[in-house]
Design a protein around this ligand. Structure first.
Ligand code: NDP
Ligand code: 2IT
Length: 448
């Protein structure tokens, strides 16, 4: 952490005082403010307009009760959230997370990150996030449907294609978006395709949205490596997680000639020196909703490790794609000792600040999540574009659009880093470039 300029320091202290106990939110705010000393010095109008204070206070925060009945007739009460953080650039946009660890601080950290990520895409979307502490693990399809219907029965009044457009995140994929969209349509009596993204291809979804976050992370990694005249071909890669982002990061890395040798879930990790069998992984994770122990049982050369860290396995490219603060300083040290060249965050804030500092000190190429995983929300914006024009694009065209968005996004971060005297620092580049865009829009819109 650097010393903050007095304007930034004041704003940060207000965030700490006003949001007690929200450690992840504090961490996400601090990470952005740490990049902004030179920006606020160069642009005094930001301080004069209290832009930092305004940015750190969500425009609207919603919390609501979600009652639902399980298959045995027991009534459960979960908590639902939607934080509509900033709409300077467009309607609030960001995913819904269903996981027992979800609380207001988690949703605020994710919503805050989303403001800057969405700005980086170059597309007209503001930032928001939501979810619930509901645990989908082990629940039947009927229970998931009832939960989603109850969740939407409150959420529907707050969202809309011009207001707030949710999508998926941890625990929310195509199945959940289908149930949420169905309930929205039923309650409102409107076929408003653009109110949710990540929809199925049969009813207004976009090609490549399922693959987009993982693919985009690998496209960004390819661009970073290219600045050092390197490529992904022949590289040893590790992903963490084995959900939506991890699977499609592994798939694109494999398509570009890399060998993906390990992945993880909350029960441990597998190492498969033959390269992950992605058809098998998809079958287990997407269709059967099984565990990595099932994968290891079906691959003779794969080993499952219930203890320890996936980051102890040697690799040249590390793609953390599971959850926040999953890669610690000790992990970063072992990655560096094993010769890692590049780390790109497919997940949101998976590397702790100490880990990021270790990568920087050792000249490891490092892409922060708000840049590296922006391909998912960017393709959501392409889905909104297709819905608005009542059109649907082919896979290859949509993938080309995503690829170009990630190339431009990489260049935007690299250029901002150069301009502010930090060449190669993608953290600074991503934060500065997106902050300036959002701040200028906020100034233009007046004190609102
Ligand atoms: P999924 O639910 O599809 O998969 C999540 C994966 O991470 C699972 O393998 C899960 O293991 C693991 N995981 C989740 N929480 C924990 C935990 N607390 N400890 C250990 N492992 C955990 O989610 P996604 O792939 O969609 O999301 C992964 C990350 O990517 C998140 O940080 C998300 O915010 C981010 N992201 C997602 C985008 C998207 O479009 N989906 C876009 C941009 C970022 P298990 O099954 O055992 O729980
Ligand atoms: O963190 C993210 O960017 C997402 N979960 C995707 C958000 C979206 O609106 O597609």
């Amino acid at each position: 952490m650097s010393e903050l300029d007095p304007t930034l320091d004041r704003a940060y202290r207000t965030v700490l005082d006003r949001n007690p106990g929200e450690a992840e939110f504090h961490q996400a705010v601090r990470e952005v403010l740490d990049s902004l000393n030179r920006v606020v010095a160069a642009r005094p109008e930001y301080a004069a307009g209290s832009i930092i204070e305004r940015l750190c206070e969500p425009e609207r925060q919603l919390m609501f009760r979600v009652p639902w009945t399980d298959d045995k007739g027991n009534v459960h009460i979960n908590r639902g959230f939607r934080v509509e953080f900033n709409s300077a650039l467009g309607p609030y946009k960001g995913g819904l997370r269903f996981h027992p660890t979800v609380n207001l601080g988690i949703v605020k950290f994710l919503g805050f990150e989303q403001i800057f990520k969405n700005a980086l895409t170059g597309l007209p979307i503001g930032g928001g996030k939501g979810g619930s502490d509901f645990d989908p693990k082990g629940r039947s399809d009927a229970e998931i449907m009832r939960f989603c219907q109850s969740f939407m029965t409150e959420l529907y009044r707050h969202i809309g294609e011009y207001t707030d457009v949710p999508a998926g995140d941890i625990g929310v994929g195509g199945r959940e978006i289908g149930y949420l969209f169905g309930q929205y349509k039923r309650i409102t009596n409107r076929y408003e395709s653009g109110v949710l993204t990540g929809k199925g291809l049969a009813y207004g979804g976009s090609q490549v949205r399922t693959e987009a976050t993982g693919y985009g992370t690998v496209f960004f990694t390819r661009e970073m490596l290219a600045t050092k005249n390197r490529s992904l071909s022949g590289r040893r890669v590790i992903v963490s997680g084995s959900g939506n982002v991890a699977i499609y990061a592994a798939q694109k890395a494999t398509q570009l000639g890399a060998q993906v040798v390990a992945c993880s879930d909350s029960g441990g990790y597998v190492v498969d020196e033959d390269g992950l069998d992605l058809d098998l992984l998809k079958q287990i994770k997407e269709v059967e909703r099984g565990r990595l122990t099932d994968y290891a049982a079906q691959r003779p050369n794969a080993t499952h490790h219930a203890e320890g860290s996936v980051w102890s396995v040697p690799c040249e490219i590390a793609l953390p794609c599971a959850t926040q603060n999953e890669l610690h300083a000790e992990d970063a040290k072992s990655l560096v000792a094993n010769g890692v060249l590049a780390v790109a965050e497919g997940a949101n804030m998976p590397c702790t600040p100490d880990a990021v500092a270790i990568f920087a000190d050792n000249d490891v190429l490092f892409a922060p999540g708000k840049a590296a995983n922006a391909g998912g929300v960017a393709t959501s914006a392409l889905e909104m574009q297709q819905n608005a024009s009542r059109d649907s694009w082919h896979f290859s065209h949509t993938e080309e659009r995503l690829d170009q968005i990630m190339i431009d996004l990489h260049d935007r971060c690299a250029t901002a880093a150069d301009t502010f005297g930090e060449p190669g620092n993608y953290v600074a580049g991503a934060n500065i470039s997106s902050f300036v865009q959002v701040a200028d829009a906020m100034l233009a819109l007046g004190v609102i």
